[in-house]
Design a protein around this ligand. Structure first.
Ligand code: UGA
Length: 454
């Protein structure tokens, strides 16, 4: 069953975030990849060499591998899967509104379409984040439709972060393969040969374990961020500095320095959705994950607390004030605003009667759809024009290098609420600001306007 040619023929079903990155990077490994999507506008854009998502490095890969013929795009699933050695499912699994469980409609319908189109044996790989048991269930769907074909289903979760997805794919910490078929695992080894030869650790396990590895990793990371956010709150009460605490804690090799940056809350299309699914799965199995449940609760409360922090910095009310908001994406280097804390925080400020002047380097079009009440401007300085306060919600690099003195001169007020701790407190105070950040000491010379800034 393992193909003789080291370069495989691969079909990727779903050209959203995960599918596109996977397809482009696998073409870079030398495989021939056809990426499929039902969205014809998306495919039309890709066929012109343009990326429908903002991801550093992706357009370069498209520019190399589309002309070489190693990377193709189509809306026609049957033509893409015919002849493929390996078919990767990378379709969406959004949470169901009713119960928080992942909605597997797209996974199931793609599986049925694949089975109907295939006339040869192939390895099916599920890359979408799916609840435990899904790989086994998809295999049953395939077997029911095509009992005569050997179509083993393997779990191969992705650990890509938006904004650094290509580097994450090319230099992963590990590869996880969940399989109960030795030959299918070998085809996956062949797929990832460049990474395995470069020494990437490989975890080969059961499909259930592989499915849970993805959720457990995201759950643990979400708890880590929620933990440092609560430590930041404690720092504010007792006069400690969370940046020093995080550094001192993170230098312990058993803990590590990553994911200890406090902020306005966890957003994005993965952590909120995956933590919810994980807790639902655990509850259904009678083994509740109370720590992850607490992280979800803390994250919901955090966004309201951050709006309170802005209100407090402006003397208790934002009604009638003009506020510059810098950053709407859930993190830098992405145009994604899904579950971004900025949305909840800005909605709360708008509801309280604030006028919001907003700017984001990449996510304004996306944010504008969610926040029709915001006035959008062309750059950070324009956002600060005549503002009473400026609030930083995403740590884009270009915000770190803003001239604070120039901003102070443009503004009507002098309040800087930095919910990503990107400025040195003393520098902000020296530029004339009342500076409020997260979990850090009040700099000398600061005018204390609120309890949360103290
Ligand atoms: C996350 C995981 O990091 C990836 O490994 C995983 O593949 C992906 O989910 C997924 O399941 O597909 P992503 O959602 O792109 O990746 O974003 P992260 O970089 O993990 O950030 C998530 C949220 O946590 C952001 O809102 C970010 O601002 C926040 N965060 C992260 C902090 O507030 N502090 C930190 O120290 C780290």
């Amino acid at each position: 069953m393992v193909p003789a040619n080291p370069a495989l023929s691969v079909a990727v079903i779903g050209s959203g975030y995960v599918g596109l990155i996977t397809a482009a990077c696998l073409a870079d490994f030398g495989h021939t990849v056809t990426a499929v999507d039902r969205d014809s506008a998306r495919i039309a854009l890709l066929l012109q060499g343009q990326s429908p998502i903002y991801e550093p490095g992706l357009e370069t890969l498209l520019a190399i591998h589309q002309p070489s013929g190693r990377l193709r795009f189509t809306t026609d699933l049957p033509s893409a899967v015919r002849g493929a050695d390996l078919i990767i499912l990378a379709v969406g699994t959004p949470p169901r509104a009713a119960d928080g469980h992942a909605d597997l409609t797209q996974v199931h319908s793609a599986a049925a379409e694949i089975a109907a189109a295939l006339d040869h044996c192939a390895v099916i790989v599920i890359k979408s984040t799916v609840p435990v048991g899904t790989n086994r269930h998809v295999e049953a769907i395939l077997r029911q439709i095509r009992p005569e074909l050997n179509l083993p289903v393997c779990s191969n979760p992705e650990f890509l972060r938006e904004g650094s997805a290509i580097a994450d794919f090319m230099q992963p910490d590990r590869l996880v393969i969940g399989s109960n078929d030795g030959a299918a695992s070998d085809v996956l080894r062949q797929l990832y040969r460049p990474l395995i030869e470069a020494g990437t650790p490989l975890v080969i396990t059961s499909r259930e374990s592989a499915e849970l590895i993805k959720y457990a990793a995201n759950g643990l990371l979400a708890m880590k961020v929620s933990f440092i956010n609560e430590i930041a709150d404690l720092c504010e009460r007792i006069g400690a500095d969370v940046q020093d605490v995080a550094r001192g804690v993170g230098l312990d090799n058993r803990i590590g320095p990553k994911f200890l940056q406090p902020g306005p809350g966890i957003g994005g299309s993965c952590f909120p959705k995956d933590t919810l699914e994980l807790t639902r799965t655990a509850q259904d199995a009678g083994a509740p994950l109370t720590l992850v449940e607490s992280a979800i609760t803390a994250n919901t409360a955090r966004k309201a607390a951050m709006a309170d922090k802005v209100r407090a910095a402006l003397g208790g009310s934002v009604n009638g004030t003009r506020i510059a908001v810098l950053g709407f994406a859930f993190k830098p280097n992405t145009d994604d605003v899904r579950a971004s804390p900025a949305l909840d925080i800005v909605r709360a400020l708008l509801a309280d009667g604030a006028l919001i002047q907003g700017y984001d380097p990449a996510a304004m079009a996306q944010a504008a759809r969610e926040l029709p009440g915001v006035s959008w401007v062309a750059d950070a300085y324009a956002a600060c024009h005549k503002a009473d306060a400026v609030v930083v919600l995403t740590e884009w690099s270009e915000f770190r290098t803003l001239e604070l003195e120039r901003i102070a001169e443009l503004m009507a007020g002098r309040v800087l609420v930095d919910l990503r701790n990107i400025y040195d407190p003393q520098r902000a105070v020296d530029a004339g600001f009342t500076y409020v950040s997260i979990g850090r000491r009040t700099p000398s010379g600061q005018t204390i306007m609120s309890e949360s800034a103290a």
